[in-house]
Ligand binder design. Structure first.
Ligand code: GRF
Length: 203
């Protein structure tokens, strides 16, 4: 399967996916990495793996719809079977989400439906949560609201800061995101009517 990864930053999830493709643990290949941010370190990771990179700077577009059209057109050039959002820090328009419905994944650093949006680690600490984690989900028009496919949980310790907690969560992200990508690439994972199915079982 052809995978296109869309990023804004460090790209540690991207790296995990690249590595698992190379190891044969994801039945697919990353054909391109697209970033809205020219300084994203993930672009360096892609270049080191000989993967095509495209920078699409949102500041060069007049509005979200115009940007999202350009992004969709770029992804389509690579004939993506699967579009993986990995630390892409922009909200996507409904038109974009519908165009890629059922083949658009995201990872969110919380145990959804808790803590949609930003600053999830600090919010978990502020709420004195004993547990925190990350969720891979299909993307639908509702922000961070699509059906959850897989979550990983980590403990929250008293001495945690947002940074130490983020590190613990991100270690788990690098485990679960490649696994879900492989489920998709091997045809085990599907979305129908905004519900996720693994091996035809509702998740
Ligand atoms: C991850 O924590 C992800 O959950 C969030 O942004 C971060 C991206 O990290 N959406 P990276 O760019 O994959 O290192």
């Amino acid at each position: 399967k052809n995978i296109v990864v869309v990023i804004s930053g460090n790209g540690s999830n991207l790296q995990a996916i690249i590595d698992q493709c190379a190891a044969g643990k994801i039945d697919g290949q990353v054909l391109a990495v697209i970033s809205n941010n020219a300084d994203a370190y993930g672009l360096v990771r892609a270049e080191q793996a000989d993967i095509s990179t495209v920078v699409l700077d949102h500041k060069a577009y007049s509005d979200r719809d115009e940007y999202d059209h350009a992004l969709a057109a770029t992804i389509d050039i690579f004939q993506a079977d699967l579009v993986v959002l990995a630390g892409f820090m922009r909200i996507l328009s409904t038109g974009f989400v519908e165009h890629f419905a059922g083949r658009l994944l995201n990872i969110h650093p919380s145990l959804l439906p808790k803590y949609k949006g930003l600053h999830t680690h600090q919010r978990a600490i502020d709420a004195n949560d004993e547990e925190h984690g990350c969720s891979v989900h299909f993307v639908t028009a509702e922000l961070d609201g699509g059906p959850v496919i897989l979550q990983a949980r980590v403990p929250v310790f008293e001495e945690d800061t947002a940074d130490t907690l983020a590190e613990r969560v991100q270690e788990q992200e690098r485990q679960i995101y490649p696994l879900v990508c492989n489920w998709f690439c091997t045809g085990r994972l599907k979305m129908e009517n905004d519900h996720a199915y693994l091996d035809n079982q509702l998740i």
